[in-house]
Design a protein around this ligand. Sequence first.
Ligand code: HEC
Length: 169
Amino acid sequence: MRTVIVMGCILGSLAGWGQSAKKPVVKKSTSSVSPVISSTNRGKIVYQKFCLSCHQPDGGGVQNLNPPLAGTSGVLGSKTRLIRIVRNGLQEHVELDGEYYSNNMPPFKMLTDQQVADVLTYIRRSFGNKATPVYKNEVAQLTVKKRNSRVLHLFKLLGLMVTGSRYFY
Ligand code: HEC
């Protein structure tokens, strides 16, 4: 009886194996749109929702109020700096390409890492700009770093409290 069951199992699995081998291989549909182009397209939607009111549809900005994003050294420059500006905002009113802007840029903490990457890719590749794209993992790296430094800060604070309490008692 046992051998029959074992044989049955072997035959069954062989039959199953044969079948699965015959299954046609479904090719993954290769999208004709490159990842950078789709990131740029998604970024445009983020831009229209969160940035356009200040930086304008053509990235031209508003004189003395909001800086332009077209052809400026900041937008074409360090990606780390750009990621930080979108995440933390900018209220330094420092000179940007020889001009000063009096408005404040708010922080955009609600945007996902992907959205930050997309909107930065969009501004770096629109309005005549031709800079390299920003990837989600580049944004994520900075987000993790920030979280780690917060945890570290908490530990330092705890350490201070412990040493402080030793001092008092
Ligand atoms: C309320 C208006 C406002 C909104 C909304 C806004 N910004 Fe800004 N942005 C500013 C101002 C003002 C500055 C300059 C601040 C300063 O000089 O302290 C700035 C600076 C910048 C800079 C630095 C420019 C440079 O030349 O270095 C970048 C990049 C930028 N914004 C991108 C964005 C993106 C992307 C969004 C949308 C997610 C956005 N901003 C939304 C007002 C805004």
